[in-house]
Design a protein around this ligand. Sequence first.
Ligand code: KG4
Ligand code: ZN
Length: 348
Amino acid sequence: MSVEPLVLGIETSCDETGVGVVRGTTLLADAVASSVDEHARFGGVVPEVASRAHLEAMVPTVRRALDTAGVRLADLDAVAVTSGPGLAGALLVGVAAAKAYALALDVPVYGVNHLAAHVAVDVLEHGPLPEPAIAVLVSGGHSSILRVDDVTSRLDPLGATVDDAAGEAFDKVARLLGLGFPGGPVVDRRAREGRPDAIAFPRSMLRDASYDVSFSGLKTAVARWVEARQATGEPVPVADVCASFQEAVVDVLTAKAVRACTETGIDSLLLGGGVAANSRLRALAQQRCDAAGIALRVPRPGLCTDNGAMVAALGSRLVAAGVAPSPLDLPADSAMDVRTVVSAGADA
Ligand code: KG4
Ligand code: ZN
């Protein structure tokens, strides 16, 4: 094996077929085929549609990633794949493909945790991870605050959403405003023309002692406010609603993240997941981290949303750390626990 492991990463936990190629901590290719347009008319990801799209996109996306990286399958030292958490049928496509490549190439396969991959991706842009670190992972499927002692072996959940994920709240608010799917990017854009203090939406759980968050009440508050406004016959100030809603989300997330750092004495904060692409979350996190003496690391937006590069990045770290790979009976595990970084197989 070369000094720096060459790893193929496959991600199919939701609606992105992502294939990345990483050598050591260098990103060589990040190919993504998204089925998002096929879900748009349903206002959310339809699992069966996503699985079918992964099946069709898998081999061409692997080809594209290898071509971009300028490597051949035979050059690979290992294959890493998201084995969970995520949509069961969607995960299955990636896991089956990864096993097939690993078996055919006679290289190890690592079934990795999607959340750990969201953390590990930052090495591709900013170098070795500061460990320990606090990580805030916010996307359409998950919202967690984690303590990361070693991304190859130890991630401990400090808190999580008790109801909707942050991205889900963005998607639902966008839907009720008629802004389409996915909602995050368009709410982010419209919010720039609005006032964040125009409407006082609730900050659920902001003052409680836990690191848990809740976005379902906020979503309902936005729906009630919009309905009340419509009942008066006045136009809904979409930009102000977007800005005020977004401010409520990022206020709670950044306050809890900074408190997690100060209370644990950890001075590095990492953001990841699709919602970490949010411009206001990035700005407010920077402002609050600067004020508290915390070093903030956020991957560029394209690496925050689901991709294969993050899986390859984690795979490369695992190979380098000498972590044992998964057995070939590696299952897709839709409810994989965040404390499990690498799947130990069906019987574990
Ligand atoms: O990480 P990701 O690509 O997939 C999941 O694992 O869910 O995250 C997708 C989520 C969607 O809910 C989308 O609306 C949200 O991330 N998102 C954003 C932004 N870009 C994507 N939310 C807020 N602001 C954004 N700029
Ligand atoms: Zn994700």
